[in-house]
Design a protein around this ligand. Structure first.
Ligand code: FAD
Ligand code: EPU
Length: 355
């Protein structure tokens, strides 16, 4: 079997394939929808300078030109195995994440309703351990099957092997770019759902609607509404969600910030004593960036942590602006903001510091 050269497209525009809406051209592009073709990739990518695995492009900052092969994962199988109180869901890496969540809620499968409306693919979800409204992917994750581009073999990663952290996993860290996630196994509930309304905005929305004992479908709807009220729709305004991670600081750092900013917002981390998460959006807003535009890019007016492309931006505009935000926050608070978004080919830039 061979990947037909007809299916590889040259000088392919990725403008509609990244939620920032950046006008990136890929030297070569392949949409991979047949799992049998995975085994052909090691030889294929060796013919190019670079390669990039693409899902929905909702967590990427792409360059103007990507000199290499972009492989979009479009594997879309879906199977479920129900037992007495739970269900195992096996979802292809190319399935749209929100559609999977909506399907599960409709089937009365509980556990991922808080993760509604997160853009992108199911295959990318474990990479940064997507999270929202008190739930992270790791809470329902069983394992995944990934194709190793180095050895040409499949490898199964269980929860421990994934080394999940806040917006992090081994596949965003030391194995970045090496494995293609073909499918993911999740364990969800079919009864006695664990309803999580711990997140302030979510509880507030349900209370406002007078919902006292919410079910998974109430939570799903509330999450969708809260998100729509705060976050820009990438179909209207180019963005990739939170551009930076929320920083975690120790008690000493928090105290010194409180001396100057007594109203600083913070959350104590349950897992590690005396460590505190400060919303990056608050830090950025306090530095005066909320709603501020510099040419075509800026910080969204309702959520300072979301950098936006108001139309016609180049990746360098975003990189320069993000660097300015980083430097202001570092100067005012002594805190380094680490990008959450994957900046492709960072060696071409010198401005945003990526760890
Ligand atoms: P891409 O952007 O296409 O890729 C991201 C990374 O994963 C890249 O390194 C890529 O190479 C790799 N990758 C993609 N697919 C595969 C695969 N099958 N195998 C191997 N590697 C792969 N994230 C959150 O955690 N919580 C949120 O609440 C949230 N809200 C968002 C809101 C908006 C409006 C937007 C635009 C983004 C938001 N995000 C959020 C970020 C983003 O949606 C997630 O990170 C999502 O999982 C990215 O999926 P994707 O398919 O678009 O990945
Ligand atoms: N805040 C401000 N100004 C702002 C934005 C936020 O002061 O402009 C403060 C407010 O006090 C607010 C608090 O920050 O109450 C938290 O804001 P929000 O609820 O919007 O959440 P966040 O911490 O900014 C995180 C995730 C989001 C996720 C939401 C909900 C990160 C980096 N971001 O945002 O994830 O949807 O919580 O759980 O952890 C993403 O990763 O792309 C993303 C959107």
């Amino acid at each position: 079997m061979q990947v037909s050269t007809d299916t590889i497209q040259s000088n392919f525009s990725l403008k509609d394939f990244n939620t920032f809406g950046l006008d990136c051209t890929a030297g070569a592009f392949l949409r991979l929808d047949n799992p049998a073709e995975l085994s052909l990739l090691p030889e294929l990518i060796s013919r190019y300078e670079n390669y990039l695995i693409l899902g929905g492009g909702s967590n990427l900052l792409l360059p103007d030109y990507f000199d290499g092969l972009v492989v979009q994962i479009a594997l879309d199988k879906l199977q479920t195995r129900e037992s007495d109180s739970d269900v195992l869901v096996n979802a292809g890496g190319g399935l749209n994440w929100h559609e999977l969540v909506a399907f599960c809620v409709k089937e009365n499968y509980g556990g991922i309703e808080n993760l509604a409306l997160i853009p992108g693919s199911t295959g990318a979800a474990p990479i940064q351990n997507i999270g929202a409204y008190g739930v992270e992917l790791k809470d329902v994750f069983v394992c995944l099957n990934a194709f190793d581009l180095q050895t040409g073999e499949y490898r199964c990663f269980n929860r421990e092997e994934m080394e999940f952290g806040y917006r992090d996993s081994v596949l965003k860290g030391r194995y970045k770019g090496r494995f293609i996630i073909a499918d993911v196994w999740l364990k969800l509930t079919t009864r006695d759902h664990r309803i999580n309304t711990s997140y302030g905005a979510l509880a507030g929305d349900l209370e406002k609607k007078g919902v006292e004992n919410p079910g998974i479908s109430d939570v799903f709807k509330a999450v969708v509404e809260v998100r729509k009220s705060k976050l820009p729709d990438p179909g209207q305004i180019g963005n990739a969600g939170s551009f930076f991670k929320n920083p975690v600081v120790d008690a000493g750092t928090l105290e010194s910030i409180q001396k100057k900013h007594s109203d600083v917002v913070f959350f104590e981390l349950q897992s590690s004593g005396m460590m505190y998460k400060i919303p990056a959006g608050w830090l950025i807003e306090r530095c005066g960036f909320k709603g501020k535009l510099k040419g075509p890019v800026g910080c969204y007016e309702k959520q300072a942590l979301v950098l936006v492309n108001r139309g016609g931006a180049k990746s360098s505009d975003l990189v320069t602006f993000a660097g300015e935000v980083q430097r202001s926050v570092a100067a005012e608070f002594g805190i380094f903001l680490e990008p959450e978004v994957n900046i492709v080919q960072p060696e071409n830039y010198g401005d945003v510091i990526s760890l």
